[in-house]
Write a protein that binds this ligand. Structure first.
Ligand code: PGA
Length: 253
């Protein structure tokens, strides 16, 4: 059975002390609830807090991921963080291709494919984001955009590699806007992504890959979104900055 996943993308938020408080609240909260055994909870704080988060996670149920990685091997790349560094911290997951990086850092599908390769060759599972902007949705291009992002970002991988990837569908018009995709809109694209995976690999392989929804997901709408057969959880931005909300979402399956 494929994993249910709730991953919290903190983005560029929280001081060191606030980060400590949030992670410790998540740890305390996890002691009071029981998550389904098939559910993974992943916390993705900014780079400077990864070590602290990893320390907490060794005593708790959640896993830790980074928010981005360099497409290059170690070397003269000021300000970048390599996959081998993340591997040396034993981080199991890393987000790549988030729409904010595509928009503000001009990341292309080709660059994102290189980041995916870096992660997989260092035993880190990529959480690869895709999704259309509002103008593309209004022009009815969402399927073409997502097909291109998935094909160019992931379809060079072989049968085994693709099964170590998590996909996050995040319609850009829903990110941080309070506008959530309807459960029907989410299911439609998730089913489309799974179909693409089935055509490229096999139905069996497609069935093992977790596809998360992201974009203004919160405790009040998570249950309806996650109830869809192809929605395997969420990539959570704003709502993951509060431990109670994050944990409430994790219990929404
Ligand atoms: P949001 O962000 O939940 O604040 O909309 C989701 C994301 O960008 O991963």
């Amino acid at each position: 059975m494929r994993k249910k996943i709730v991953a919290g993308n903190w983005k560029m938020n929280k001081s060191f002390e606030e980060a400590d408080e949030l992670i410790s609240d998540i740890q305390d909260g996890l002691e009071k609830i029981t998550l389904d055994r098939n559910t993974l909870l992943i916390v993705c704080p900014p780079f400077p807090y990864l070590e602290m988060a990893s320390d907490y996670s060794s005593e708790s149920y959640f896993l830790v991921g980074a928010q981005d990685v360099s497409a290059n091997d170690n070397g003269a790349y000021t300000g970048e963080v390599s996959a081998s560094m993340l591997q040396s911290m034993e981080l199991p997951y890393c987000i790549v291709g988030h729409s904010e990086r595509r928009a503000y850092h001009h990341e292309t599908d080709e660059l994102i494919a290189r980041k995916v390769d870096q992660l997989l060759s260092h035993d880190i599972k990529p959480i690869m984001c895709c999704g259309e902007v509002l103008a593309e949705r209004e022009a009815g291009q969402q399927f073409d955009v997502v097909r291109r992002q998935i094909t160019d970002g992931l379809f060079h991988l072989d049968n085994d590699q693709i099964q170590n990837v998590v996909i996050a569908y995040e319609p850009v018009w829903a990110i941080g806007t309070g506008k959530t995709a309807t459960p029907e809109q989410a299911q439609e694209i998730h089913a489309f992504i799974r179909q693409l995976l089935a055509e490229k690999y096999s139905a069996k392989v497609a069935d093992t890959i977790s596809i998360l929804y992201g974009g203004s997901c919160k405790p009040s709408n998570a249950r309806q979104l996650f109830a869809n057969p192809d929605v395997d959880g969420g990539l959570i931005g704003g709502a993951c900055l509060n431990a109670d909300d994050f944990l409430a979402i994790a219990q929404s399956f």
